[in-house]
Design a protein around this ligand. Structure first.
Ligand code: URA
Ligand code: ZN
Length: 380
């Protein structure tokens, strides 16, 4: 557990869309895109496949402002002053900011490397404006050539406030169990860059049924699709032996690891009862279980909004491996002032206090101490 002297509050799950990235999205006509609608103050940000239908409808026959697709792009998305205001309002000492989904997953090969460089430089410059209060997870140009992709890690490594990379689940297009990604994982591990794994693609829209897009808002893809996507991505990495092949790899999983803490036992049972794996000699006594990987190579954020999920996360990975987050600027309050208190802060903080005790060493560790020591937030 982190030292008792540190009782800083650190938000490790907090996003920014720097202005240059907003410009890229505004210039696009396929998702992800930012679209302005006449007579509506904030442009709309459309990222999810499930939102396409509503976008087409809005374009064809016009939609009431209350039925526009996606989410409003408020100043919370790209204003650094707004981020600092959010931190001050909620007594957050340090934020580890990251570009939000879908990062640079859609950028053409020729532009990937230079776009990543400029986005990462923008993050670096933002952090330099508030030394000691801001650090960042950089963005990788996953669609670049393999050489350029590896070269980008050297660039990132040299940026003073960078502590890792934010990564989606698509990898180079075939997921994170793709052997072609091993050199990338190895290089990140060699450079002590933690991967912050974050979902974006969810599950195929069909699983939500025909009523979802009209009647259920974004609830199913965000509450269930996102966590399942993370769960599946990490389970695939585990089955492919990635954690054994790159033992120094460290991954921080969004949303308390999706459903991994809850399902790890079932994953283990399915492995030892799988005839194919047993015949292939993959189920040996020396095999590292998924429980071990969760305690040795995985960190979990505390963005789960209730002490029930949080306790499962603590049981699975250990109180010294959980880190507080808010997911700002997503999930703004809808019925109170956006400049005031956000439930993403209060619910997640209450969950930590309920699970570990108000003022306890465990609470201090999860609220910030762990992030300070794991991500070296005392070093510039
Ligand atoms: N919705 C998103 O698209 N991303 C987040 O990080 C949170 C909600
Ligand atoms: Zn997020």
């Amino acid at each position: 557990m982190a030292s008792t002297s540190s009782s800083k509050v650190v938000d490790i799950h907090t996003h920014m869309y720097p202005p240059a990235y907003v410009d890229i999205l505004t210039s696009r006509d396929t998702i992800p895109l930012i679209r302005k609608f006449e007579g509506v103050k904030d442009p709309r940000y459309i990222i999810l496949k499930d939102e396409l239908e509503a976008l087409d409808k809005a374009a064809a026959d016009g939609s009431a402002p209350s039925h526009l697709p996606g989410r409003p792009v408020t100043s919370h998305y790209s204003s650094l002053d707004q981020k600092i205001h959010f931190m001050d309002t909620h007594k957050i000492d340090i934020s580890v900011i990251s570009l939000a989904n879908p990062w640079l997953d859609f950028v053409a090969t020729e532009e990937a490397s230079s776009t990543a460089k400029s986005v990462n430089q923008e993050f670096s410059d933002m952090c330099a404006k508030h030394p000691g209060r801001l650090f960042f997870f950089a963005t990788l140009p996953l669609t670049a050539t393999p050489e350029d992709l590896l070269a980008s890690i050297s660039h990132i490594k040299a940026l003073k406030y960078c502590r890792g990379v934010i990564l989606g689940t698509s990898g180079l297009g075939k997921g994170l169990d793709d052997p072609a990604l091993l050199p990338v994982f190895q290089s990140l591990a060699d450079n002590k860059l933690t991967i912050f794994l974050h979902p974006h693609y969810g599950l195929p829209s069909e699983v939500w049924g025909p009523r979802s897009s009209d009647e259920y808002g974004h609830v199913l893809p965000l509450a269930l699709g996102f966590p399942m996507e993370t769960t599946i991505a990490v389970a695939r990495m585990y089955l492919a032996g990635v954690f054994d092949k790159v033992p120094e790899l460290r991954m921080l999983l969004a949303h308390s690891g999706g459903t991994l803490p809850f399902l790890a036992g079932r994953i283990e049972s399915c492995i030892v009862h799988d005839g194919h794996l047993v015949r292939e000699g993959k189920v040996t006594p020396s095999r590292r279980t998924i429980w071990q990987v969760l305690k040795e190579q995985v960190y979990l954020d505390a963005v789960i909004y209730s002490e029930v999920g949080l306790k499962a996360a603590i049981d699975a990975s250990g109180v010294d491996r959980l880190m507080f987050g808010t997911d700002h600027p997503f999930f703004p309050p809808l019925t109170s002032d956006e400049q005031g208190e956000w439930e993403s802060m209060t619910w997640n903080m209450e969950a930590v206090k309920k699970a570990l005790g108000d003022g306890s060493e465990g609470t201090k560790a999860v609220m910030g101490g762990n992030a300070v020591s794991v991500l070296r937030l005392y070093e510039e």
